[in-house]
Design a protein around this ligand. Structure first.
Ligand code: 2IT
Length: 445
């Protein structure tokens, strides 16, 4: 396999899917050497198969707003691979959603899910629907219309979606309710459910908690501790909220957060009250962080700035793909950053990753560092299948073990001759090898 040849043929077919091509390129570069030591993979054309999803569903979602006006959006589900378990991955509702973004997310999800060690395949879906400024009733009507088309492709052993950007407990509730109505069954077909109707404890916190657990393992490889370190996060959604909570609990100081409107610098550091306020900002559906500075004197709002402009020890991208670029990486490095843990999916551009690795900064890609979210989704599926619920402590302990195990897999496959841990290679190789072997063993299907 030659990366250039595979990329050339993929570009010929999907030349306009730039996020998808970026995600594939990163994985191919990491696995090229090891793949070429496996003639059985080459013979079965494993890579050529894994870069195309098993199938894609696209449909129209028509709904009515509160004034009676009719709208149509596009809905999608990309079922990437079910080699190691039912398709699993979130729904994203955001105006930027298109096939390129969902294919990149589904492709990443397939390897991330493999890293969790739980039996989950990879998938992703969503819509270009914009939840910003919508009422609860509008969101419910949209979710119901979306589910009317989607439900036939789902099932607790077929495809189990969850949340992603723009899809939280409220949306999962509306979709779950409608699925039940159509399918006439109450099964764990979605994860991220409410705690009283099948949801797992710790699922809302899991991506952020898991990411911080992963960061503590990265720091430990250098004999360092998170206690006393300064942290910046991007975003103020579920992921940033969980990360800020756990980092603060472990003695770190979160001094910057950001939104599409700009950045908050809070030198005093976030407290429990400030962290809970992130939930209010999110629930407002306005997508802005500026009100934080009015509410908490001493913090300052910088319009148009990113959280990467502030001097910190640890930077945690928690929002969007390609939200940390080469210039941001250079700025962080200049300011002495020690660790960048990607809690968003593909949060760093290839240029940013190259800069961080050149500067020997501890850098972990999303498919390793943010796998805690889907891992607890997997634990939610287990609890649903067993018709039981575990305590928060039981789930949290399992999450800790899973993150430690992912870190070990990265170290095993990513440690270079000079001792530097290349977490990108480690995560890609470990995830890929598992999916590749499972695909090979199941023949041509
Ligand atoms: O990117 C992700 O891993 C998620 N949005 C969570 C997926 C899931 O199925 O919990």
């Amino acid at each position: 396999m030659k990366v250039a040849d595979i990329m050339a043929s993929l570009e010929k077919k999907h030349g306009n899917e730039k996020e998808f091509l970026q995600a594939v390129h990163e994985v191919l570069e990491s696995i090229e050497e090891i793949y070429n030591q496996h003639p059985e993979f080459q013979k079965a054309k494993i890579i050529e198969r894994l870069i195309e999803p098993d199938r894609i569903f696209t449909f129209r979602v028509t709904w009515q707003d509160d004034k009676g006006e009719v709208h149509s959006n596009l809905g999608y589900r990309v079922q990437f691979s079910n080699a190691i378990g039912p398709y699993k991955g979130g729904f994203r509702f955001h105006p930027s959603v298109n096939l390129s973004i969902l294919k990149f997310l589904g492709f990443e999800q397939m390897f991330k899910n493999a890293l969790t060690t739980l039996p989950m395949g990879g998938g992703k879906g969503g819509s270009d629907f914009d939840p910003k400024g919508k009422s609860d009733a509008e969101i419910m009507r949209f979710c119901q219309s979306f589910m009317t088309e989607m439900w036939r492709h789902l099932g607790p052993d077929t495809d189990v979606p969850a949340g992603d950007i723009g899809v939280g407990a409220r949306e999962i509730g509306f979709m779950y309710g409608w699925y039940k109505k159509l399918a006439r069954e109450n099964t764990g077909v979605l994860t991220g459910k409410g705690a009283t109707w099948g949801g797992s404890l710790i699922r809302p916190e899991a991506t952020g908690y898991g990411g911080v657990y992963f960061v503590t393992h990265m720091l430990a490889t250098k004999g360092m501790d998170i206690k006393g370190k300064t942290v910046s996060v991007s975003g103020f959604g579920n992921v940033a909220w969980g990360a800020a909570q756990k980092a603060t609990e472990l003695g770190a100081k979160v001094i910057a957060l950001s939104g599409p409107d700009g950045m908050i610098h809070d030198e005093a550091g976030m407290t429990e009250e400030k962290i809970e306020y992130m939930l209010e900002l999110r629930a407002s559906n306005n997508d802005v962080v500026a009100p934080y500075a009015d509410k908490f004197p001493g913090s300052k709002f910088y319009p148009g700035k990113k959280a990467w402009a502030v001097k910190v020890d640890i930077a945690l991208p928690c929002a969007f793909q390609n939200e940390l670029n080469g210039d941001d990486a250079r700025e962080l490095i200049k300011n002495g950053v020690i660790c960048v843990g990607e809690l968003s999916n593909m949060g760093c551009t290839p240029e940013a990753i190259a800069e961080l690795q050149k500067a020997k900064v501890l850098y972990a890609p999303g498919k390793a560092a943010n796998a805690g979210g889907v891992a607890v989704s997997g634990l939610e599926m287990t609890q649903n299948a067993m018709h039981i619920s575990w305590t928060a402590e039981e789930v949290d302990n399992k999450l800790k073990q899973i993150m430690e195990n992912i870190h070990q897999q990265c170290v095993k496959y990513g440690t270079q001759k000079d001792g530097f841990i290349n977490y990108v290679n480690g995560a890609n190789i470990a995830g890929f090898m598992k999916v590749a072997r499972a695909t090979l063993e199941q023949g041509l299907c």
